[in-house]
Design a protein around this ligand. Structure first.
Ligand code: MF3
Ligand code: CO
Length: 249
C-alpha cells in the first residue's frame, strides 16, 4: 500500500531529511586517511542524537551500527569496524534519521584523499544517475521511467546497475512501498503520485552488476571485486519538480 503524505507530513519529513543531510555533510568533513569506519559511525550517531534525532539503522533487523560504511568493492551495508581508511579508497556512507516520527535516508560516496580518475568518474556518474532518474519523478510518470533513465546512463558509461537491491518508499517506516528499482522499462511500473515520498538510490558498479553477501549477513560486495558507488536521497513527488528532502544546501 502506497501512502500519500499530506502537506503537514511532508513538512515533518523535511526536518528529518535536513538532519540526514547535515549529518552526511559533517561526516564528509571528517573523512581522511587513518580514520576508522567505527569512528565515523560514533561521530554520526553522536551528531544525530545531539540534534534530537535517532539513527534509523541501529538495530534495524539486528543491524549493529548507526551508519553503513561501504569501502571500495563493498556496495552497501558495510558494518563499521576497526579498519582504517587509506588514501585512494572510496567510501559510501549511508545514513538514516528518525525525527518527529518520520525517516530521512541518504547516501554519498566520498573520496579518501586523492583517488584515481576512474574512481572519480564512477562517483560522478553515480550522482548523475540519480539526477537523470529524478527527472521522471513527477506525478503521472511511472517507476520504470526513473529506473530506465538511471540504467541507461550507467550502462552507456560501461557500468553495472545492481539488481538485488533497490530504492523504496519512506515515511513513518524506513522502508515502505513501493520498491524503486534503478533499472527497468520506461512506461512500465506503478504510476507516481503527488505526495509519494521515496528514496532513490542508484548503486553502480564499475564492472559486473552482480554482487554477493558476506557471511556476516550484511556486507554486500561486487562479485568481481571492482569498485562500487552509491548515491541516495529521500524525495517528495509533487505536481512539478520533485523536492529533494535530503539535499537543500
Ligand atoms: N539505507 C538503506 C536503504 O537505503 C538501509 C540500510 S539497512 C540497515 O535501504 F540495516 F543498515 F539499516
Ligand atoms: Co534507502
Amino acid at each position: 500500500m502506497v501512502w500519500l503524505k499530506s502537506k503537514h507530513e511532508i513538512d515533518l519529513m523535511r526536518v528529518s531529511g535536513k538532519l540526514t543531510e547535515q549529518t552526511l555533510n559533517a561526516v564528509r568533513d571528517i573523512i581522511k586517511p587513518g580514520i576508522t569506519t567505527k569512528e565515523i559511525d560514533a561521530f554520526a550517531e553522536d551528531f544525530i542524537l545531539q540534534h534530537g534525532g535517532k539513527p534509523s539503522f541501529k538495530n534495524y533487523n539486528g543491524y549493529p551500527a548507526s551508519v553503513c560504511a561501504s569501502v571500495n568493492d563493498v556496495v552497501v551495508h558495510g558494518i563499521p569496524g576497526n579498519t582504517k581508511l587509506c588514501e585512494g579508497d572510496i567510501i559510501s556512507v549511508d545514513i538514516g534519521v528518525l525525527k518527529d516520527g518520520f525517516h530521512g535516508d541518504a547516501a554519498r560516496t566520498f573520496a579518501v584523499g586523492s583517488i584515481s580518475d576512474e574512481a572519480k568518474r564512477l562517483i560522478e556518474v553515480t550522482e548523475k544517475c540519480f539526477f537523470e532518474g529524478i527527472k521522471f519523478a513527477k506525478d503521472g510518470q511511472r517507476l520504470g521511467d526513473i529506473g530506465s533513465a538511471i540504467q541507461d546512463l550507467a550502462e552507456s558509461n560501461g557500468y553495472g546497475v545492481v539488481r538485488k537491491l533497490v530504492g523504496h518508499g519512506i515515511g513513518t517506516k524506513m522502508h515502505e512501498d513501493p520498491d524503486v528499482p534503478n533499472f527497468g522499462r520506461a512506461g512500465h511500473g506503478m504510476r507516481l503520485r503527488s505526495g509519494m515520498t521515496i528514496a532513490v538510490e542508484p548503486m553502480i558498479n564499475m564492472g559486473t552488476y552482480d554482487v554477493f553477501m558476506e557471511s556476516d549477513g550484511w556486507t554486500v560486495r561486487t562479485k568481481d571485486g571492482k569498485l562500487s558507488a552509491h548515491y541516495e536521497n529521500t524525495i517528495a513527488i509533487t505536481d512539478g519538480e520533485p523536492e529533494i528532502l535530503t539535499l537543500t544546501d
